[in-house]
Design a binder for this molecule. Structure first.
Ligand code: ATP
Ligand code: MG
Length: 432
């Protein structure tokens, strides 16, 4: 929903709604605590804040001497909330005493500004209105329906062209009536949903410059994982721009968490050996098996519990059930494929929403296309692939690739080589 037409309101509170945490049982408070810590960190620029949890909601009030949020505070809120995993939505609003007079006063004072700002929009749409109210304090003398009728009547008297549209209204008042307070808001900022960052462990995302893997990584971040990233290049067969593009994707994905690392590995030693010794139609599957083996070392080094890929069933030759089975067998690590059943259009829409689409659409060569055969096999089997792998010195090639491992800072592009012995020591080598 676009609220950019709304005028500034002197809000004195912020209401945070979470959906899934609410379904947690005894350990719910751990998730709530993480979410609160994340909110505190992200909203630090708002000054001292008072947080209180109340039946599936977090209320945030400014601490004295500050009594209202500024326009800059609200701009920050609108920027940060869509990045904060675990939040369903957030509304800035007015926190008042739970009596009808107090609620009337807020609505009488501020609704006209909302109405007139909407009237001034260039679209000239007729103003539609809805009030959605919730009442957890059953001792409040009016039911939700009575409150909604009360305000619809009151506002209609003042603004006769206001029509009610409960589903798609432009002017929406949300009202929450609780034991000690009422909260009135005109705006709902959508969060990513899911679980708070860091509540689900650490994973390693295999990030290419394509459209799928950044979206798959986002799905894991939204699910509460902390994430580092691994990308393969084939320098000098792939240009430096291949890595610059991945850096831009990592910068964007890191907006959803606190600074995941980006590691890079040059796959070329393995690709050359595969090109020279193996049947060309199997190259893609053989490349992928190498990627997973190398990723397993990196995951061990970074203490990541699972690998994440953007695989999508049937999308390309390497993603048929047969080939996925063979690729999977290269590692015993858990591989999470959040997009396995996704529709490409949905993935593209999500990429657009999270800001990776434009970055992925830059046309830059990818490591997988180096020596890629024109007719990759869509149905391999493990026996045939193992025969092919006997033709190349796997351990030596893994070592040669691992020797190229660097940590690449996605902001200033500085590189730090990772010592191979460290990687091998930490990595859990399950060479199958
Ligand atoms: P994507 O759009 O994510 O590149 P894709 O549809 O092009 O995916 P593939 O090229 O078969 O599919 O790659 C499947 C998955 O393997 C990717 O989603 C990614 O997780 C991983 N992968 C592919 N290439 C690389 C790479 N160069 N570096 C790291 N991971 C890669
Ligand atoms: Mg790709």
């Amino acid at each position: 929903m676009d609220y950019s037409w709304q005028p500034f309101f002197p809000y004195n509170a912020i209401l945070c709604r979470y959906s899934e945490i609410g379904t947690k049982g005894r350990n719910r408070f751990i998730f709530e605590e993480r979410l609160r810590t994340d909110l505190q960190r992200r909203l630090a620029a708002l000054g001292n804040l008072h947080f209180s949890n109340d039946r599936g909601r977090i209320f945030i009030l400014p601490e004295a001497p500050k009594t209202i949020f500024t326009a800059a505070d609200l701009a920050l809120l609108r920027r940060e909330i869509p990045l904060l995993a675990g939040l369903a939505s957030v509304s800035p609003g007015f926190y008042v005493k739970p009596d009808i007079g107090g609620i009337e006063q807020v609505i009488d004072t501020h609704f006209p500004a909302l109405y007139h700002a909407f009237q001034k929009c260039p679209h000239a749409l007729p103003p539609t209105y809805a009030m959605h109210s919730r009442r957890s304090d059953k001792s409040f003398p009016m039911s939700c329906e009575e409150v909604e009728i009360h305000f619809a009547t009151r506002l209609h008297q003042r603004f006769p062209d206001l029509t009610i549209d409960l589903q798609h209204a432009h002017l929406v008042i949300e009202l929450e009536i609780r034991k000690n307070m009422a909260f009135i808001s005109f705006e709902r900022i959508e969060g990513p949903g899911g679980l708070p960052s860091g509540s689900a462990g650490r994973v390693l995302g295999l990030l290419s410059g394509g459209f799928d893997s950044p979206v798959a990584c986002y799905q894991m971040l939204r699910r509460g994982c902390c994430m580092d990233f691994l990308t393969f290049h084939s320098s000098p067969f792939t240009p430096p721009a291949t890595l610059t593009k991945v850096c831009a994707l990592v910068r964007r994905l890191n907006d959803f968490q606190t600074s995941g690392k980006l590691l890079t590995i040059n796959l070329l030693p393995a690709q050359k050996a595969i090109r020279d010794a193996c049947f060309s139609r199997f190259r893609t599957v053989l490349y992928r098996r190498f990627m997973l083996r190398l990723a397993e070392y990196v995951a061990g080094y970074l203490r990541a519990q699972a690998l994440v890929t953007g695989d999508n069933l049937g999308q390309v030759a390497s993603q048929t059930l047969e080939n996925l089975t063979v690729i999977n067998a290269a590692t015993s690590m858990l591989i999470i494929r959040p997009l396995i059943t996704a529709d490409k259009n949905d993935t593209m829409a999500l990429a657009e929403k999270i800001g990776t689409w434009k970055l992925s659409s830059e046309n830059v060569p990818d490591s997988c296309t180096v020596f890629a055969p024109p007719d990759p096999a869509t149905r391999t089997n493990l026996k045939k692939i193992l025969q092919q792998e006997r033709l190349i010195p796997i351990d030596l090639l893994l070592k040669q690739c691992l020797e190229t491992t660097s940590i690449l800072n996605p902001n200033d592009y500085s590189q730090q080589i990772v010592a191979t012995d460290k990687m091998i020591a930490y990595g859990c080598s399950s060479q199958k």
